[in-house]
Structure formats: C-alpha cells, structure tokens
Design a binder for this molecule. Structure first.
Ligand SMILES: O=P(O)(O)OC[C@H]1O[C@H](OP(=O)(O)OP(=O)(O)O)[C@H](O)[C@@H]1O
Ligand code: HPA
Ligand SMILES: [Mg+2]
Length: 174
C-alpha cells in the first residue's frame, strides 16, 4: 500500500494555472493556438488551462504517448499509440504536459511534431521535475519545479490510480 503526502493543494494549482494562461495570452496576443495534450496524464491540466484562455481562438488535440505503463520508472521506450488529428503546419502549437521527468517523452514528441512544420512549437508543463532528467528539453512555461518524489493526482497516476485527485501528492511506499 502507498500513503500520499500533499505537496500542492487544489487552490495552489488553480492559481498557478491562471497565471500560466495569462502569460500565454500575453505571448500570443491575437494569434490562434493549438493545444496538444499528452494523454492520459495531461487531461485535467489541459482542460483547466484551456478554459482559462477564454479570449483566444484555441484548437485542442491529443496524443497518447506511453512509457511508464504500470511502473514508477520509465521503460525508456517511448511509443505513440494515438497521433494528432489536426493539421499543425504553420500553426502556433503548445504541447501541454502534466510532468517532465526524464524528458524522454517530451524530446521524442517534439521531434515528431516538428516534422509537421508548425510556426511555433512551445511546451507548457505543470511540473518540471529535474532529479531523473536524462535528456535536455526546453520547457517554455513551467507551473512548478519539484526536485524529487513520485507524484500523483491532477491527472498523474501510479499504476493507473489517483488521477482523479484534485491536488498533487507524493507517493510514500510502506
Ligand atoms: O519525462 P518522462 O520521464 O518521459 O515522463 C513524463 C511522462 O510520463 C507520464 O506519462 P505515462 O507514460 O505514465 O503515461 P500516462 O500519461 O498515460 O500516465 C507523464 O504523464 C508524462 O507524459
Ligand atoms: O512522478 C511521476 N508521477 C506520475 N507519472 C510520472 N511520469 C513520470 N514521472 C511521474
Ligand atoms: Mg503514467
């Protein structure tokens, strides 16, 4: 069994998501955006962020990129099991990630998406966790920087559990 320790409250997350949306609005002003969420983890973050970009023209798409499965360590092998469906050539694209950990998922995905020749390709991640970073990746919009711990809640899972929780928690194994 695991115990969960709260690291970020639902209120803290909502406040930061609002700030991120304001920064993004300023950076792109009147330009339309395509948000691409990485399933499954980013489904809650994307839906909160998108609803705060009210004044903008926004399109939404998803990719399914998997490398953790039921484990808490990356398999190292990143697989796209569902690709984007919208055309993104010439578009301003923001990849919306729940967490950047080793960086393997994001660097694989950015290479893949850049082949479609978007006008801009940026990354917005709720959590940037540095301790296990294996490949360097630039995260343009960071919600929170955390050093360590396996995190769950607000979309993040451990063996498919805890995605529905409204805050972010560290898993403490007993
Ligand atoms: O930087 P990395 O070490 O690659 O880890 C980050 C990725 O791992 C998790 O996805 P996961 O493979 O667990 O799929 P899920 O979103 O369906 O849980 C998470 O949601 C990120 O997409
Ligand atoms: O800390 C984490 N929690 C959940 N999923 C993850 N995928 C990479 N790192 C994590
Ligand atoms: Mg996962």
């Amino acid at each position: 069994m695991e115990e969960l320790k709260e690291l970020l409250s639902p209120e803290t997350i909502q406040k930061r998501v609002k700030e991120l949306s304001e920064t993004i609005e300023k950076d792109f002003l009147k330009e339309p955006l395509v948000l691409i969420g990485t399933l499954k983890g980013a489904f809650i973050f994307l839906s909160d962020l998108a609803r705060k970009l009210k004044g903008k023209e926004v399109q939404i798409d998803f990719v399914r990129v998997k490398s953790y499965g039921l484990s808490d360590t990356s398999s190292g092998e990143v697989v796209i099991t569902k690709d984007i469906e919208l055309p993104i050539e010439g578009k301003n694209v923001i990849v919306v990630e729940d967490i950047v950990d080793t960086g393997l998922t994001l660097s694989f995905l950015l290479k893949h998406l850049s082949l479609h020749k978007p006008k801009a390709l940026k990354v917005c991640a709720l959590i940037d966790k540095k301790e296990r970073r294996k490949v360097e990746v630039k995260v343009d919009y960071v919600g929170f920087t955390l050093e360590r711990g396996f995190l769950v809640g607000y979309g993040l899972d451990y063996a498919e559990k805890y995605r529905h929780l409204p805050g972010i928690y560290e898993v403490i194994k007993r």
